[in-house]
Write a protein that binds this ligand. Sequence first.
Ligand SMILES: Cc1cc2nc3c(=O)[nH]c(=O)nc-3n(C[C@H](O)[C@H](O)[C@H](O)COP(=O)(O)OP(=O)(O)OC[C@H]3O[C@@H](n4cnc5c(N)ncnc54)[C@H](O)[C@@H]3O)c2cc1C
Ligand SMILES: NC(=O)c1ccc[n+]([C@@H]2O[C@H](COP(=O)([O-])OP(=O)(O)OC[C@H]3O[C@@H](n4cnc5c(N)ncnc54)[C@H](O)[C@@H]3O)[C@@H](O)[C@H]2O)c1
Length: 479
Amino acid sequence: MKQLKTDVAIIGAGTAGMLAYRTVKSAGASAMLIEGGPYGTTCARVGCMPSKLLIAAAEAAHAAASASALGVHIDGTLRIDGTQVMDRVKRERDRFVGFVLDSIDSIPDCDKVRGYARFVSDTLLRVDDHTEIQASRVIIATGSTPVVPEPYRALGDRVIVNDDVFAWNHLPRRVMVAGAGVIGMEIGQALARLGVQVRMINRSDSLGGLTDPVVRASALTAFQSELDLHLKSRIIDVRRVGDEVEIRYQAEGQDAVVERFDYLLVATGRRPNLSALDLHNTSAILDDKGMPQYDARTLQLGSTSIFIAGDVNGVLPLLHEASDDGRIAGQNAAAYPQVVPGKRRAPFAIVFSDPQLAAVGLRFKDLPQQGVVFGEVDFTDQGRSRIMLKNYGKLRIYANQEDGRLLGAEMAGPAAEHIAHLLAWAVQQEMSIHTMLDMPFYHPVIEEGLRTALRHAAHELLTSKLEHVRVEEECVNNT
Ligand SMILES: Cc1cc2nc3c(=O)[nH]c(=O)nc-3n(C[C@H](O)[C@H](O)[C@H](O)COP(=O)(O)OP(=O)(O)OC[C@H]3O[C@@H](n4cnc5c(N)ncnc54)[C@H](O)[C@@H]3O)c2cc1C
Ligand SMILES: NC(=O)c1ccc[n+]([C@@H]2O[C@H](COP(=O)([O-])OP(=O)(O)OC[C@H]3O[C@@H](n4cnc5c(N)ncnc54)[C@H](O)[C@@H]3O)[C@@H](O)[C@H]2O)c1
């Protein structure tokens, strides 16, 4: 067995792990980056980038198919060449992966170890059965894996996850998507717009991660106008028949149906890659699911010399959060035992469906019971959205009743990716509704919809203040 020694060992060369490695090295400590799977990161290989490439093709198909509403007709047939679509997705994806591989190549060979690592103790790792690494600090950056419910596994290669979609050479005819979360909505809608017959089933009433019932209802209406999407519904059983899957499912309020598909695409959530790490050999405290206790500000596991960064910590499994985590874990591992809280940004998440979905700052489900004022806009009659025939969805903003500070927002609607950025910057700057209303707004733009929601919130703030004064006066008069 090969014996190695380093200041900091990093398990996983994804986005978080690579950033952690660079941070540790810039702090002057020695570091080793251990990777068991292919280099290239989840984001570039099977996540953010190929999914957005697929969506780009889907948006083009949808724009062409719906242009007649604007008086623009395609005489003849609209033809989607699935082979060309997938070829571009993979070609461009490989280009993005290439940049990551260049970055990996720039790391000296002596700092890279290939294989799967597990803990022998807090400071000793075994990589497969060929190497032992003595590391005074360890960063876990092992990412997450899609969960495939047990009953579906019997479908063999006909039950697939997002990774498999991006390996296709052409588009299939029929796909059942289990899960209308972020991945299900992005990929399911894209496939449907590219001419694949798609059915979507979600077990609960959640949709794309939205928690605000008003916004969620508006999103559901928009999605159901083009998608066969069922919430609070279930797959009863599945079986493989030749190269197809036969699925018995029951949509809410309807009778059970049996249908055949080429694939069952499972998008029912992801689990942190922790179970193969033998964390029970460390002094970390684990819950009954094997998740270690850690400080979300420092990413340190208890008082150990182990840190946890990226999707594996399960907080906000998003690319920019994985980068920030990598930086914080890297700084703290390098400086250990001097560990400090890392700088955090306003949280936000965007789903690249149509309508796009977004959540910024405090989500509806996390708002305090009292002391919150709401502002709302419905995009149905919003000028620019209507011009573009993208007039669907709603935005709700949440403000602190006391001082008018923007707390958060949820949105389904056009250009949510851009509006979410404005809102995230405002949350981070602790701007009030009135300060935001003092900002310039061009005409005619979708951001004028945001101004409508802000004006609504400002009106509600005033109303609640007047109500407060009225109640106080009443108290004085009654005493
Ligand atoms: C379909 C899809 C679309 C997405 N779209 C977006 C998006 O648009 N925007 C966004 O912000 N986020 C998006 N995400 C999320 C984003 O991709 C992740 O948050 C991010 O890639 C996580 O990075 P990470 O470093 O934590 O994990 P990863 O990049 O997964 O890296 C973990 C690495 O650890 C390795 N590893 C695991 N166990 C071991 C071990 N024991 N030993 C050695 N190596 C190990 C793995 O092989 C892997 O290379 C998407 C995800 C998916 C799946
Ligand atoms: N645009 C982006 O930033 C982006 C894109 C894709 C993925 N991601 C990240 O990846 C994470 C994982 O995404 P995901 O979509 O896999 O998980 P998710 O948690 O967002 O959604 C899972 C969905 O599956 C449903 N579900 C669970 N079990 C089911 C079952 N047996 N049958 C039917 N439905 C079931 C749940 O109700 C939920 O709606 C996201 O939380 C996100 O952070 C981000």
